[in-house]
Design a protein around this ligand. Structure first.
Ligand SMILES: C[S@@+](CC[C@H](N)C(=O)[O-])C[C@H]1O[C@@H](n2cnc3c(N)ncnc32)[C@H](O)[C@@H]1O
Length: 219
């Protein structure tokens, strides 16, 4: 970590605020801003947080769903405990991780079948520096997050995913449009200016076997 980068970070208001409040990552503010804009969470809901380490989004989700809710975080890395959440370590693109997450949700929520109200994914690939490759990896992670949603998300549920801008962005947005009544893209103010990340928010999930309802106009 270079000295100039460290100096910049200390000046960053979201980094400073996250440190002060006790959020593990400044990215917590991105989810707060997404929630303020799109009303993603409600009390008592079941949320799965894909790519959860170090736990900033999980902390925000726990606050929003409250004591009656459940947040299950998943990551390749280990995550220090967060009160009110439970974690599964594994690769979201692998079937055995998906099975472990489903089992954990069923065990903790007492629900079976389509158990999840909201899926949030902030997964990022390891950045190689080759933008086309990184963008393709970002799309692959989103594709797997959506595949996870197809197995677990309730009819009417909400899905939020980060994707890097590029040609696969449109492909992924179109895949989401097939499955949600509204799909919006959003760059929260807490995203760094130089960042190419965008968040897609899908509301009103069409569970398999249900008919699509009227579609809202794109913003
Ligand atoms: C930007 S960080 C997430 C930050 C988190 N939202 C927070 O607020 O603390 C992206 C995470 O995605 C995870 N990730 C990347 N590929 C993954 C995969 N295939 N399965 C699970 N997690 C993955 C990485 O390990 C990394 O921790």
């Amino acid at each position: 970590m270079s000295k100039s980068w460290q100096r910049e970070r200390k000046k960053d208001p979201f980094y400073r605020s996250a440190k002060k409040v006790g959020y593990r990552a400044r990215s917590a503010y991105k989810l707060k801003q997404i929630h303020e804009r799109f009303r993603v969470f409600k009390k008592g809901q079941v949320v799965v947080d894909l790519g959860a380490a170090p736990g900033g989004w999980t902390q925000v989700a726990v606050e929003e769903v409250g004591e009656g809710g459940l947040v299950v975080g998943v990551d390749l890395d280990t995550i220090q405990p967060v009160l009110g959440a439970t974690f599964v370590r594994g690769d979201v693109t692998k079937e055995n991780t998906v099975r472990k997450v489903v089992e954990r949700v069923e065990e903790r929520s007492g629900r079976t079948g389509r158990t999840v109200d909201v899926i949030i994914s902030d997964m990022s690939p390891n950045i190689s520096g080759n933008y086309s490759l990184d963008q393709a990896q970002s799309y692959w992670l989103c594709h797997n997050a959506l595949k996870f949603a197809e197995q677990t998300l309730m009819h009417g549920g909400i899905f939020v995913a980060k994707i890097f801008e590029g040609e696969d962005f449109v492909t992924f947005r179109d895949e989401m449009k097939e499955r949600f009544s509204t799909v919006r893209s959003y760059s929260p103010p807490a995203s760094r200016k130089e960042s190419s990340e965008v968040y897609l928010v899908g509301k009103g999930y069409y569970a398999p076997g249900t008919e699509p309802g009227p579609r809202d106009e794109e913003e």
